[in-house]
Design a protein around this ligand. Structure first.
Ligand SMILES: Cc1cc2nc3c(=O)[nH]c(=O)nc-3n(C[C@H](O)[C@H](O)[C@H](O)COP(=O)(O)OP(=O)(O)OC[C@H]3O[C@@H](n4cnc5c(N)ncnc54)[C@H](O)[C@@H]3O)c2cc1C
Length: 301
C-alpha cells in the first residue's frame, strides 16, 4: 500500500514543521538529547529548560495547538485525527515540550463530565497553557489497581476535606493544581465511590516531600494531605468502573442492568449498530433480550 498525505494534510505538516523550526531554540536538538535524569526530568531540574517549555506552550496555546482537537469554543482547533497524528509525530520527532496532565487528561474529562461552571473555571486556563497539573493517582498501597486507594474526601457542607497520601507525583512541586482521585465513600464498594478532584497546590494542609531518583534528580514527590479543604465544585465526577449484573426479567430473559444511583437503572445492550441505551428503563429494572455488556469507566456527577 502506498500511503500519502492529501494536499491539506501536507500543508498542515509543513506549517507544524515551520513552527517547530522557528519556535524552538537553535540548540534544542542538543539540549533535548541530554535530559539529565531521563523521562520526566527535562523541564523540572533545569530552570532554563523549564522556561523554554513554558514559553513554547504559550506559543502553542496562542495558535490553539495546545488543545488541537478540542472544540473551537473551548480554545481548540477541531483538527482531524490525521492532523492530530501529524502534529504528534512532528512534535515528538523534535522532542518538543507539549501536552501534560492538564491538557491531556483533566481538560478532556472536564469537557466530557464537568458542569458548565467547571468548564468556565478550568477550560480557558487549561487551553491557554496558564496552569500545570500533576497526577494524584498512585499511593503507597495502590498502583496498578487503583481500587486500593485510601485517600479520602469527606463532604462537609460546601467543601470536601481530603486526607491521605500520594506517591510518584511527577512535577507536583512545580505545578499549580492536583488532578486527584480520592475515596468519597469509604464504606462503599472499592471499585466505586472514587471521585476526581481539582486541588489547589497552595491549599493549607498539603505537604510535599521530594523523592530523588537514582540519577540524583528531583522529578517525583510524596504528597501528604492533612484536612485539606476543597470547594465542592472542584469535585468533577465520581469515577466508577462498574460491571453490569445480569438479572432475570419477568419473562425470564437475561438482561443487562446497571444501577446508576439508588432508585434509577440504566440498561444497555449491544445491537447491530453498537451499544444502545434502553430509554424506557426506570424504577427497579428493565428487560430486553440481549447478551451481557460490560460497562466500564463511567463518570457521574
Ligand atoms: C516515570 C513514572 C512516573 C510516574 N508518575 C506518576 C504520577 O505523576 N502520578 C501518579 O499517580 N503515578 C505516577 N507513577 C506511578 C505509576 O503509575 C505506578 O508505578 C503504577 O501505577 C504501578 O504501580 P506500582 O508501582 O505500585 O506497582 P504495582 O501496582 O505494585 O505493580 C507491581 C507489579 O505487579 C504487577 N501487577 C499489579 N497488579 C497486578 C494484577 N492484578 N495482575 C497481575 N499483575 C499485576 C504489575 O504489572 C507490576 O509488574 C509514575 C510511574 C513512573 C514509572
Amino acid at each position: 500500500m502506498e500511503y500519502q498525505f492529501n494536499a491539506q494534510e501536507q500543508v498542515f505538516r509543513d506549517e507544524v514543521e515551520q513552527f517547530l523550526e522557528t519556535e524552538l531554540p537553535l540548540d534544542w536538538p542538543e539540549k533535548s538529547m541530554h535530559w539529565p535524569g531521563g523521562y520526566g526530568t527535562m523541564e523540572m531540574s533545569d530552570v532554563d529548560l523549564r522556561e523554554i517549555g513554558r514559553q513554547f506552550k504559550r506559543r502553542l496555546a496562542e495558535k490553539g495547538w495546545l488543545t488541537i482537537a478540542w472544540p473551537r469554543e473551548y480554545g481548540g482547533r477541531e483538527h482531524s485525527y490525521m492532523e492530530q497524528a501529524i502534529f504528534d509525530e512532528r512534535t515528538s520527532y523534535y522532542r518538543a515540550p507539549g501536552s501534560g496532565i492538564a491538557t491531556g487528561i483533566a481538560g478532556p474529562t472536564i469537557l466530557r463530565f464537568g458542569t458548565e461552571k467547571n468548564k468556565r473555571d478550568w477550560i480557558p486556563r487549561i487551553a491557554g497553557g496558564e496552569i500545570e497539573m500533576w497526577l494524584g493517582y498512585s499511593e503507597p498501597n495502590a498502583g496498578s489497581d487503583l481500587s486500593g486507594i485510601q485517600t479520602t474526601a469527606q463532604q462537609n457542607g460546601d467543601e470536601y476535606v481530603i486526607n491521605g497520601q500520594k506517591i510518584w507525583s511527577t512535577i507536583a512541586h512545580i505545578s499549580d493544581y492536583a488532578w486527584l482521585i480520592a475515596r468519597t465513600d469509604p464504606e462503599g464498594h472499592r471499585h466505586r465511590s472514587i471521585s476526581l478532584f481539582v486541588v489547589d497546590n497552595n491549599a493549607p494542609g498539603i505537604e510535599m516531600r521530594p523523592l530523588i531518583n537514582i540519577a540524583g534528580e528531583h522529578s517525583f514527590n510524596e504528597v501528604f494531605f492533612d484536612d485539606v479543604r476543597v470547594p465542592k465544585d472542584n469535585m468533577i465526577c465520581i469515577f466508577t468502573t462498574v460491571r453490569p449484573r445480569p438479572v432475570k426479567s419477568p419473562s425470564g430473559t437475561a438482561i443487562t442492568t446497571w444501577k446508576k444511583s439508588p432508585g434509577t437503572w440504566d440498561c444497555r445492550y449491544p445491537g447491530p449498530k453498537g451499544v444502545s441505551k434502553i430509554p424506557s428503563c426506570g424504577g427497579t429494572g428493565c428487560s430486553l433480550e440481549g447478551s451481557i455488556y460490560a460497562i466500564t469507566d463511567e463518570c457521574l456527577k
